[in-house]
Design a protein around this ligand. Structure first.
Ligand SMILES: O=C(O)C(=O)C[C@]1(C(=O)O)C=C[C@@H](O)C=C1
Length: 102
């Protein structure tokens, strides 16, 4: 670890490459922060949808809607999109999901 930062070394001794890697890492850190914030916002929205539906006598899940979402991620991200969608949907279930199997 560098003493000047909490980020690991860039892995190269070449200054130009190291500077470029550091700049790209700053952008990656920004993107990660946005992904985390969006993940949390989505999970909260999804949990409110579920709570609202249950309170009005509906079901907790709507599997046809989940299929549409999984297809959107698969189309946008390729085969890995299905796994991403499953994790996103699981986050949205939150405390409504009952016992966590993980
Ligand atoms: O769109 C809904 O009806 C939701 O409840 C939200 C959501 C989701 O996280 O996208 C969550 C559970 C449902 O099974 C389907 C979708």
């Amino acid at each position: 670890m560098s003493p000047a930062t909490d980020s690991p070394e860039t892995g190269t001794d070449q200054p130009a490459a190291s500077d470029r890697i550091s700049a790209l890492r700053r952008r990656i850190d920004e993107i990660d922060g946005q992904i985390i914030a969006l993940w949390q916002e989505r999970a909260a929205a999804s949990q409110e949808v579920g709570a609202t539906r249950i309170a009005s006598g509906g079901t907790r899940l709507v599997l046809s809607r989940e299929r549409v979402i999984m297809e959107r991620y698969r189309e946008g991200m390729g085969p890995d999109g299905t796994q991403v969608a499953l994790l996103i949907l699981r986050a949205g279930r939150g405390p409504l999901g009952g016992v966590d199997a993980s």
